[in-house]
Write a protein that binds this ligand. Structure first.
Ligand code: FES
Length: 221
């Protein structure tokens, strides 16, 4: 029989191997999706709003101008090599987030699992209801969920309320990044630290004053 220290070592080796596999999978999928994205234009990265590459590499906060993002539109920026999804959610989408039909489909509608900062621990999982700010990495194995905002056009499945569908194994999320029940992804999409500098400028990577939070605090990314 294995001693407790051997069991602990085996267990931690198992977790390490699992983590390595997940990272490898994420890299593979990131590369594959980058190639697909050229054609699909499903992820319009906003280069012009991003700072210099050395700023990104240093992991410094980045400022994003939201003034040109129309209701219903999503933009994607890179922060610490992670895709950050910024969505201007229209009133109709906010209504859907609060509907019992939507809530009944979700695994963690009240965000009980720590996947967001305290200032996004609310029904819209954000600072301002109209602006979603999410890390676009599926909590199953790290694919990039695709944006399908409309309930009535270009829907990936029947009776679609609008949200995200992960192309790898079919996990679904609503427009607040809350994961559906009965899909492989176990947790809601993470929310990064961020702060509004003014009505239309968001700083990714910095909390509002007097709040301490980082992606190291969450259960899974
Ligand atoms: S990686 Fe998204 S469903 Fe598996």
């Amino acid at each position: 029989m294995a001693s407790s220290s051997e069991a602990a070592t085996a267990n931690s080796e198992g977790h390490a191997a699992e983590g390595a596999e997940r990272r490898d999978f994420l890299k593979m999928v990131t590369l594959a999706t980058a190639a697909v994205g050229v054609c699909a234009v499903a992820w319009p990265f906003i280069d012009s709003m991003n700072p210099a590459k050395d700023t990104i590499a240093a992991g410094s906060p980045i400022d994003v101008d939201l003034s040109q993002v129309a209701p219903g539109q999503q933009i994607v920026v890179l922060w610490r090599e992670k895709p950050i999804l910024l969505v201007n959610r229209p009133a109709e989408a906010l209504k859907t987030l609060q509907s019992s039909a939507m809530i009944n489909r979700l695994r963690d509608p009240d965000s009980r699992v720590l996947q967001q900062p305290p200032y996004a621990d609310n029904w819209h999982r954000s600072v301002k209801p109209e602006w979603a700010v999410l890390v676009g990495i599926c909590t199953h194995l790290g694919c990039l969920p695709q944006y399908f905002p409309n309930p009535s056009a270009n829907t990936p499945v029947a009776d679609w309320p609008g949200g995200y569908l992960c192309p790898c194994h079919g996990s679904k999320y609503d427009l607040a990044g809350r994961v559906w029940q009965g899909v492989p992804a176990p947790f809601n999409l993470p929310v990064p630290p961020y702060n509004f500098l003014d009505a239309r400028t968001v700083r990714i990577g910095e909390n509002p004053p007097n709040v301490t939070y980082s992606l190291n605090d969450i259960v899974q990314i």
